[in-house]
Every structure is written in structure tokens, then in C-alpha cells.
Design a protein around this ligand. Structure first.
Ligand code: ZN
Length: 131
């Protein structure tokens, strides 16, 4: 266990902020899912003969829209996963603690990047070593 962690009060505050973000992401994922559903349903509900020519012209746009939707979906679900991880870190007590120097990661950074596991200094050092 790290020597220094955030206080219970602070952790509650972080937890609330993460849960609010999770809520937002869940809504956005629902929206994207709706859009994807509508696109699919829109195509299948029209009769083949009536829309054949229109459909040919639209096919490119449809698949582009769908691809874009799936891309957003992936991004949102990655974000969702990282927020869930952050909540787990709050539970196991490793939240906000740099896993290299065991120092506290500043509050502003944790609010911005809730799943951060390194402080900015350690992250910079790591970058320099890799270069
Ligand atoms: Zn550090």
C-alpha cells in the first residue's frame, strides 16, 4: 500500500465526478446506437424496387455514417472502460497515486484523466528514457 493517498472525502468527490462522466458516456453510447439502428431500419423498411436507384447513390454515405458510428462507439467504450478502471482504483486504494514514485498525482490531473497511474514528472521521465 502506498504511504500517501487521497482522503476519503476527496475520493468521494472523485467518485462522483467519475460517475457523472460514466453517465454521460452511457447516454452518448445510447445515442450512437440509436443512430446506427435508425440507419439499418431505414434501409430495410423501404421496398427494394422503389429505392433501388436511390439506394445505390446512398450506399456510400450510409456505410460511411455507420463506420463513423462504430468508430465513435469504440472510442466511447474505451473511455467507459477507463472510467470503470478508475472507480476500481478508488475501491482498492490506488487511485491518484503514481505507480512509479508513489507520490500523489495532483487533483486537477485526476479530474481530467481519472485513470492516470503516473504523475506528470514520471510520465515525462519515461518519455525521455524511451526517446
Ligand atoms: Zn511519479
Amino acid at each position: 500500500m502506498p504511504l500517501r493517498t487521497y482522503s476519503k472525502t476527496k475520493l468521494v468527490k472523485f467518485k462522483k465526478s467519475i460517475e457523472a462522466k460514466l453517465n454521460d458516456v452511457a447516454h452518448e453510447m445510447d445515442d450512437i446506437r440509436d443512430t446506427l439502428d435508425t440507419n439499418t431500419r431505414g434501409n430495410s423498411s423501404l421496398s427494394q424496387d422503389a429505392v433501388y436507384s436511390v439506394h445505390m447513390a446512398d450506399a456510400g454515405t450510409d456505410s460511411y455514417e455507420r463506420e463513423k458510428g462504430f468508430h465513435f462507439m469504440n472510442r466511447e467504450s474505451d473511455y467507459h472502460k477507463s472510467l470503470t478502471k478508475a472507480l476500481e482504483r478508488i475501491e482498492d486504494g490506488s487511485f491518484g497515486v503514481c505507480n512509479i514514485c508513489e507520490g500523489l498525482i495532483p487533483e486537477e490531473r485526476m479530474l481530467e484523466v481519472p485513470n492516470a497511474t503516473k504523475c506528470v514528472q514520471c510520465k515525462e521521465k519515461e518519455k525521455l528514457n524511451l526517446a
